[in-house]
Design a protein around this ligand. Structure first.
Ligand SMILES: Cc1cc2nc3c(=O)[nH]c(=O)nc-3n(C[C@H](O)[C@H](O)[C@H](O)COP(=O)(O)OP(=O)(O)OC[C@H]3O[C@@H](n4cnc5c(N)ncnc54)[C@H](O)[C@@H]3O)c2cc1C
Length: 261
């Protein structure tokens, strides 16, 4: 039977863009370009490598995000994933990590899976907890933050590198895995891959398809709330030290005044 791999990928605001908060203190996602979270490219890469090793495997990429999140799915499809699932619903506005994990769990159960692969953290929220919450919701083992991962005979094995030691971990499938940015360079989509991605299926789901009510997600269903947010002050011009014989002294005085030394 085919090994069913689901990869969770997030569409994130471009960090080089000008990002703002909306009036309700959520991130204004309409005003900024987005892209596939770079850390999730590692998850797609590991899924593709596992699929290449397996006799028979299917890689589905899944995102919860706005209309433009399709761009992230297309990128993953052009890297080589077989199909995509996009959960989009106006009522998702303001959904926090608890709501996102609930929606992902429902979509993963509907799609069917043997292993779920996620990134180590998104590049915008950077909580790094979603894979663990997802495993709990699905009621399956979690093997997180792996720098090396393989699947053989229904068992996922991997190495987690810590500061003082490396652990070898394994779990019987079905399971949730997350991989780090040390797991191996993500491939670039080839021209053939980009053309092929245009024809690959992208399934769209909304909350009703997942038997979810609006109040379970969105700002209403969120377990967390943002009380206030302040935009970072504009950058100042900085201090230029001209060396006219006393440059070193002036530098040291500046560093001391800023309590760096
Ligand atoms: C339209 C919209 C509005 C939102 N508004 C808010 C808000 O107002 N406040 C708030 O706290 N959160 C909001 N979220 C959710 C938030 O952006 C995160 O998806 C969620 O909180 C998870 O946190 P994280 O990104 O830090 O996850 P992490 O734990 O850092 O992510 C780890 C991994 O989980 C997977 N993952 C994370 N998010 C997604 C996703 N959306 N789809 C697929 N895989 C994913 C990726 O593989 C990622 O590498 C919103 C999301 C959407 C789609």
């Amino acid at each position: 039977m085919s090994l069913r791999i689901v990869v969770c990928v997030k569409y994130v605001p471009d960090a080089t863009g000008d990002r703002h908060f909306a009036d309700d203190l959520t991130v204004d996602r309409d005003d900024v370009d987005g892209l596939l979270s770079e850390l999730d490219e590692y998850a797609v890469e590991q899924a593709l490598q596992i699929a290449e090793e397996a006799d028979d495997a299917e890689v589905t990429v899944l995102t919860v995000g706005p209309e433009d999140a399709k761009d992230a799915l297309r990128k993953a499809l052009s890297m080589g994933a077989d199909k995509a699932v996009h959960v989009e619903d106006d009522d998702l506005h303001g959904t926090d990590v608890m709501g996102t994990s609930l929606v992902l769990a429902k979509a993963i159960e509907k799609t069917g899976y043997d292993v779920v692969i996620a990134g180590m953290a998104s590049t915008d929220g950077v909580m790094g907890v979603l894979p663990a919450i997802l495993a709990e919701r699905l009621g399956v083992p979690q093997v997180t933050l792996l720098s090396e991962v393989s699947i053989e005979d229904g068992v996922v094995k991997g190495r987690r590198d810590g500061d003082a030691a490396s652990e070898q971990l394994e779990a019987a499938l079905p399971a949730v895995v997350s991989v780090t940015d040390q797991s191996g360079e993500a491939r670039y989509p080839s021209f053939k891959g980009i053309m092929a991605a245009k024809k690959k299926p992208v399934e769209s789901l909304d909350l009703s398809d997942l038997d979810l009510e609006a109040e379970e997600v969105g700002l209403e269903g969120a377990w967390t709330a943002v009380d206030s947010a302040t935009e970072r002050p504009a950058r100042t011009a900085g201090t230029i030290v001209k060396d006219e014989g006393e440059g070193g002294k002036q530098l040291a005085e500046f560093l001391a005044s800023q309590k760096f030394i």
